[in-house]
Each structure stands twice: as structure tokens, then as C-alpha cells.
Design a protein around this ligand. Structure first.
Ligand code: ZN
Length: 288
């Protein structure tokens, strides 16, 4: 019998990816179609996956939808975990700890360094009691999504490698999202290749080691750069808009032409296909 955190679903999925040197997708979704598309893509490609919500889902769709998504994820034929992304408000973290998430990301990036350590440590201790694992951000990535998080241009803070080691040791956090020039949403000109600090990333990875796998946020990037990121040691890669472009286009162009049943079935199929292509790029196909 394995015990915490080895018995945690997110922990198992990410550590298997680290051992196998591939990345698993953390797919941010907002509705039934998104949840169903991740499950279908994962099963069709024999791939592990993470379904991710923002706190918005807790508030807008409510706890029954979280339970539904957890049931769907946990009854899939392949390992799928349910994760909460960017939980910024401490009161949301308290709610999330009572919900059937396998893991939560607490975003204490707006605290100072010591405040972030104290906050994340307190959440890790509470999460252990309910069997959840915890991802945290150190430094502060710019950009964001409307109604979710928004960090103004010029107020980003890079992760210092030595501070990352201290942060992981003192908080006991399970997964770390570093800030090394990555941003949420579109990258400023001339693109992510220019802004990613690969040397900083290498040093962070050296300091943190295999104990705490790194998570890549800010993935509106080229396929080539994504591959470089995986080679540099990201084993969980968050995905949001990049895997629902065709789904959104389909809805925008075809909504008036189909019955709602057909629209949803075709929409989920298109969404799942684009997620499946991302799974191939990440290297998680066939790894379930
Ligand atoms: Zn993020």
C-alpha cells in the first residue's frame, strides 16, 4: 500500500511522466464539452491527462459540477486527475480542499517571498489531511485571463533558482511553476523564443531536482519551443486556448446550422481531436 503523496492521482501521473521523460497535459476547461473532450482524447490516445478548472468553475457551475467532472475523470479507462488551477484567494483554497479535486494550484505570487512560503506551507499541511497534492508558483508570471487572473505588464517577477530550492524545502509543495520569462496569454513581440530564459530554467531544475516536478504555464508558443521546454524538464504542461481553437471556430461558424444535440456531439469530437494532437506533441500518447 502506497501512502501520501504517492497514492495521489496527480502525483502518480506527473511522476510517471517524469520517469518516462514525457509531459502530461493539464487542460484548462470551462464546460461539459471541455471535460468530455479531455476524457475522450485521453481514452482514444491511451494517454494520462489532467482536467483543470479555475476557481470560476467553483463559483459559476458549483460543487455538483466539480463532483460530476471528478466522477467522469476517475471512471475513465486511463489515469485522469482533476486539478484546480490558479487558486488566488485563500478562501477559494479552503473551499477547494473540501471538493473532490486531486490537486490544487495555490497562487501566492502576490505575497512577498516569506508570505508566499508561509501561505503555501499552510495549504500543503491542510491538503495532506484530505489527500490532495499542491502546485505553487514562485515569482510572478505576467498576463492572464479575464475573470481569472491578471498580472499587469512589467510587474512580473522571475524565479531565482536558490529561492526555488528553499521554497520547495520549506513548503513541502509537490509541483512548482517557475517564472522564467513565460507569460499567460499571447507573448509580446518577437515571441516566446526571445523571452524564455533557458539558462534560468536549467538552474531552477538543477536546484529543485526530481523531488518537485516543474509545471509549464504560458504555452501560447510554437511546437518547437514546447519540445524544448519538455526536454528542459517540464513534465506537466498547462494548455488552455491552444487546444480549443477549432472547437471555438466550429461553434462560431456552425451554431445556427445544427440541432443542439448534433452541435454538441460534433463540437466535443473536434475539441477532443485537437487535444489528442497536443497529447502526441507532449509525448503522452500510449503512456496510460
Ligand atoms: Zn498559469
Amino acid at each position: 500500500m502506497s501512502s501520501y503523496p504517492q497514492n495521489n492521482r496527480t502525483y502518480q501521473i506527473i511522476h510517471a511522466a517524469q520517469a518516462g521523460k514525457y509531459a502530461v497535459g493539464g487542460f484548462c476547461v470551462y464546460n461539459y464539452d471541455g471535460v468530455a473532450a479531455v476524457v475522450r482524447a485521453a481514452e482514444a490516445n491511451n494517454s494520462p491527462a489532467l482536467i483543470q478548472f479555475f476557481p470560476w468553475t467553483i463559483h459559476f457551475q458549483g460543487k455538483h459540477f466539480i463532483q460530476f467532472a471528478a466522477d467522469l475523470a476517475h471512471s475513465a479507462k486511463v489515469p485522469i486527475a482533476l486539478h484546480l488551477d490558479h487558486c488566488i484567494k485563500p478562501e477559494d483554497a479552503e473551499i477547494a480542499l473540501q471538493l473532490p479535486f486531486d490537486s490544487i494550484m495555490v497562487d501566492g505570487s502576490l505575497f512577498d517571498e516569506e508570505g508566499n512560503i508561509a501561505y503555501v506551507k499552510s495549504i500543503v499541511q491542510k491538503a495532506e489531511k484530505v489527500g490532495q497534492t499542491v502546485e505553487a508558483e514562485l515569482g510572478r508570471m505576467e498576463g492572464g485571463y479575464k475573470d481569472v487572473l491578471e498580472v499587469a505588464e512589467g510587474s512580473g517577477v522571475f524565479t531565482e533558482p536558490e529561492a526555488a530550492k528553499k521554497f520547495v524545502q520549506e513548503t513541502g509543495v509537490h509541483f512548482l511553476a517557475p517564472s522564467f520569462g513565460n507569460v499567460h496569454g499571447p507573448y509580446p513581440e518577437p515571441g516566446a523564443e526571445r523571452w524564455w530564459q533557458m539558462d534560468r530554467l536549467r538552474r531552477i531544475r538543477e536546484e529543485v531536482g526530481d523531488v518537485c516536478p516543474l509545471v509549464l504555464h504560458g504555452t501560447a508558443i510554437s511546437d518547437d519551443l514546447l519540445k524544448k521546454g519538455i526536454e528542459a524538464g517540464f513534465y506537466k504542461v498547462n494548455q488552455n486556448k491552444m487546444v480549443r481553437r477549432r472547437y471555438m471556430k466550429f461553434l462560431a461558424e456552425e451554431a445556427g446550422k445544427y440541432e443542439l444535440t448534433d452541435l454538441q456531439e460534433k463540437g466535443v469530437q473536434i475539441y477532443a481531436e485537437e487535444i489528442g494532437e497536443m497529447m502526441k506533441l507532449l509525448g503522452s500518447v500510449g503512456k496510460a
